[in-house]
Design a protein around this ligand. Structure first.
Ligand SMILES: Cc1ncc(COP(=O)(O)O)c(C=O)c1O
Length: 462
């Protein structure tokens, strides 16, 4: 978001030219910390309109500060503050480290980490309406360990309509999100038991499983998803992302789905189906959920983190009856219950039809963004992998060295893009970068992806 509330007061009676006054005010704001490194300034056109001056004035002021090194600009992505007094905290603490002198490289921090939601697609009025409606509901007099009944009903409708899973409200347990659902299931497994998961895969799940005293072993992934034939014997569970493998972007093929649930049933292990973005298919038809193929061995996990925002802290799980009972009993004993606020907001958002509208909008937005990313990669002959789904794709690279070079090259120019190293539990076996295209603004995305594509093309050439 550009900073549009800039602290500029013009003295029209002064002999100082207006462009100099604007430049002085901005320089002053950057040096006192009112503007921070990484802040994006409003466009020269908008600033001119706000100050009631001509655009030549604001453009001259920006040019002056660009020349002095206080600002850096890119066509189409805006103008950013790049210099600040020492000890000033950068605007985005998660971005790459940057120096703060006027000769610093562009401070643009565009974060292309996969797994973030697309807030640009959220209709603010609908969002506010949901919060207001949630606030109008009377709170329950005692903890609802399974979740708010309206939420369970909304999840049932959502699963049926968007994921083809028939469940009834008493099958649903509200969670604080998928990762917390994984933790609750893990707590029910015998300590020291082995759980298999995809490699590369979602490392928060690995950490969560290990925190519950479980041993994590990894299973390779190819263009048809997890290699079910490579699952070891004597495992207590498998954690996987069949709808859209995280982070490689493939989906588990139909025959592997059947093989997986058959083995689970025959060998007595549980399958944790992390359906983190299964609703976000926009070109490819979905395959049946593992939970609909074989509900007696599958714990299905869903979340609002990708559809809406992780700040809602809300998700759901549908588990086989015994696992469902045990989780509920544990909650009742330790008085753990997921916070109802997010559940009530989700239920209200769904009730007025806003969830379906939002999903349509989100799919459209993400599919356009993906097309843009794909075009950009193709224009420099960089290959990519991953279904036309979700909010990320993967650019394969030949080895660790190239991966590190692309990650570092992008970071140096102000773009955060993770390498697959971050998604490995053991020794890296697949190399590349994953590009998340949901959370950056369109202009930042354009610029960031163009830059990453060029850096990747360069690494591939050399
Ligand atoms: C594969 C995968 N599963 C689950 C999640 C997160 O779920 P939650 O925020 O509901 O814990 C993420 C978030 O990045 C993810 O990438």
């Amino acid at each position: 978001m550009p900073v549009d509330d800039l602290p500029i007061v013009l003295d029209r009676g002064s002999t100082e030219p207006l462009a100099v006054q604007v430049a002085d005010a901005l320089r002053n704001a950057a040096s006192t910390g009112t503007l921070r490194v990484g802040d994006r300034l409003t466009s020269t056109r908008e600033l001119a309109a706000r100050l009631g001056v001509s655009r030549t004035v604001t453009a001259a002021a920006y040019d002056q500060l660009l020349a002095e090194g206080w600002l850096a600009g890119r066509r189409g992505s805006g103008t950013f503050v790049t210099a600040a007094p020492p000890n000033l905290t950068p605007a985005c603490p998660t971005g790459p480290s940057r120096s703060t002198g006027p000769s610093a490289p562009p401070a643009t921090t565009v974060d292309l980490t996969a797994g973030r939601p697309c807030l640009d697609a959220l209709d603010r009025a609908a969002w506010r309406r949901a919060w207001r409606a949630a606030g109008d509901r009377m709170p329950a007099p005692s903890p609802e360990f399974a979740g708010h009944p309206d939420f369970s009903q909304a999840v049932v409708d959502h699963l049926l309509r968007h994921r083809g899973l028939a469940a009834s409200p008493e099958h649903v347990l509200a969670t604080s999100g998928t990762t917390s659902g994984v933790a609750e299931v893990a707590a029910q497994l015998p300590r020291g038991a082995t759980v298999a998961m995809e490699e590369p895969g979602y490392q928060r799940a690995a950490v969560t499983l290990e925190a519950a005293g479980l041993r994590v072993v990894t299973v390779p992934v190819d263009e048809n998803g997890m290699r079910v034939d490579r699952l070891p014997d004597r495992i207590a569970a498998v954690y996987c992302t069949p709808a859209h493998q995280f982070p490689l972007g493939s989906r588990l093929s139909a025959d592997r789905r059947v093989a997986l649930v058959r083995r689970a049933r025959d060998e007595g292990f549980l399958v944790l189906e992390d359906d983190y973005d299964g609703e976000l298919r926009y070109d490819v038809a979905p395959l049946p959920l593992l939970a609909s193929l074989c509900p007696d061995v599958v714990v299905h996990l869903g979340t609002t983190s990708k559809l809406l925002t992780p700040t809602l802290g809300t998700g759901w799980l549908v588990a086989p009856p015994e696992m469902h009972r045990r989780i509920l009993r544990t909650r009742q004993r330790n008085c753990h219950r997921p916070s109802p606020a997010g559940q009530m907001v989700f239920a209200a958002f769904a009730e007025y039809g806003d969830l379906s509208r939002h999903l349509r909008r989100l799919r459209r937005e993400l599919s356009e963004r993906r097309a843009m990313v794909v075009d950009m990669l193709r224009s420099v002959d960089v290959e990519f992998q991953g279904d036309a789904a979700g909010a990320h794709l993967m650019v394969p690279l030949p080895g660790a060295e190239e991966e590190a070079a692309v990650v570092a090259g992008a970071a140096e120019a102000g773009v955060t893009v993770p390498g697959l190293l971050d998604y490995h539990h053991g020794r890296p076996s697949v190399f590349g970068i994953s590009i998340g295209y949901a959370s950056a603004g369109r202009a930042d995305l354009d610029w960031g992806v163009e830059l990453v594509a060029k850096v990747a093309a360069e690494a591939l050439r050399s």
